[in-house]
Design a protein around this ligand. Structure first.
Ligand code: PLP
Length: 365
């Protein structure tokens, strides 16, 4: 169905023809997403994105004793910290130097676990299936699969998790829509009230055009997944080589080039001797878009919380930038980007600003 038809005037909850048309488009999108992700349609709840999906998954379960990796995205960390403030016990699984979680023995009272599928800073794939296999049945397992869906085959039921989040804009779909998948039969009290939509789990009129766009983008990405994966792997390797030639010494943060345990669209690199925030600004002027960690309240840039928990040396932490590629990125573009980065890095090292502290470390879980 064309997007224009799907966005028909109707409200999907209305009984008239326009409403039924919108309802049909919405349910088609739900079925398509379910089938592409190995879930049942009634297990799919549309949300405004993965931030909402992760909050729903965690706060809906209101865990009192849970486990999470230190690597999680802030929209998983923060609701868990909120639970901690209300007296819940949260055990934080540590991370190794390459960015992989190190699973720990399970406490018998533990009843909820969060582990992401691919990390947003390094791309490192986490052992979700292996962890799910050793979990007792009564433990609910939430997986943030945002960085993997659309890039790798993700099958909800085969992963063995209770719930899973995904976000459309991470695979070329519209911004402002995501899904939470929850296995049939799981008790998941809603956090919002006042509407019957989506089994009452997420009341409110559904964003039909966004849902249709999400389904179409996922279908496209999955149809071209193998070739796009290979292209991303080649882009990552080529970019690393170009950077080496132009901006050495470098440090690679996360899995090795060519590792199978990584989502290849991400490369996290440190340029010792440089200050990441200044480098980021110089690169922005040179029209190279990349990122450091997160912006702190004073408006300056904090080092990546993920690299902090990986315990990388300080000079590596303070000079790290994350680059992302899209399957449509051209090889010539990354070579040109590496040229501009080389210039910015040389200027930055010559200026001697690399020795200045960026911001205090205050984001450890
Ligand atoms: N989880 C991970 C791993 C992410 O990388 C992101 C966004 O970058 C999110 C969750 C939040 O997704 P959204 O932007 O859809 O709220």
């Amino acid at each position: 169905m064309r997007l224009a038809e799907a966005t028909a005037y109707g409200n999907p909850s209305s009984a008239h023809a326009q409403g039924r048309k919108a309802r049909q488009a919405l349910e088609n999108a739900r079925e398509q997403i379910a089938s592409l992700l190995g879930a049942h349609p009634d297990e799919v709840t549309f949300t405004s994105g993965a931030t909402e999906a992760n909050n729903l998954a965690i706060l809906g379960q209101a865990p009192t004793h849970c486990v999470a990796s230190q690597l999680e995205h802030p929209c998983v960390l923060e609701p868990l910290r909120q639970r901690e403030r209300h007296g819940a016990v949260v055990e934080w699984w540590p991370v190794d130097l390459k960015g992989y979680v190190v699973p720990q023995p399970l406490h018998p009272n533990m009843h909820f676990l969060c582990l992401m599928l691919a990390n947003h800073e390094t791309g490192a794939l986490q052992p979700v299936r292996a962890v799910a296999e050793r979990l007792p049945r009564q433990v609910a397992f939430h997986c943030d699969a945002v960085q993997a869906v659309g890039k790798l085959p993700v099958h909800f039921h085969e992963l063995g998790v209770t719930s899973l989040s995904a976000s459309a804009h991470k695979f070329g779909g519209p911004k402002g829509i995501g899904v939470l998948l929850v296995t049939r039969g799981t008790k998941w009290p809603p956090l919002m009230f006042g509407g019957h939509q989506q089994q009452g789990r997420r009341p409110g009129t559904e964003a039909v055009p966004l849902a249709v766009g999400m389904a179409a983008a996922l279908a496209y990405r999955m149809q071209h997944q193998r070739e796009q994966y290979e292209k991303l792997e080649q882009l990552r390797a080529a970019f690393w080589t170009h950077l080496h030639q132009r901006a050495a010494p470098l440090a690679l943060n996360g899995p090795e080039i060519g590792s199978a345990e990584v989502v290849p669209g991400t490369l996290n690199v440190s340029f010792p001797g440089c200050r990441a925030d200044l480098l980021l600004m110089a690169l922005d002027l040179a029209q190279v878009a990349c990122s450091t960690g997160s912006a702190c309240s004073s408006g300056s840039l904090l080092p990546s919380p993920v690299l902090q928990v990986m315990c990388v040396p300080d000079s590596v932490l303070r000079s790290a930038l994350r680059f992302s590629f899209d399957p449509n990125t051209e090889f010539a573009d990354i070579e040109e980007a590496a040229n501009r980065i080389g210039t910015a890095v040389r200027n930055s090292r010559e200026s001697g600003f690399g020795s200045v502290q960026i911001c205090e470390r205050n984001h450890l879980p």
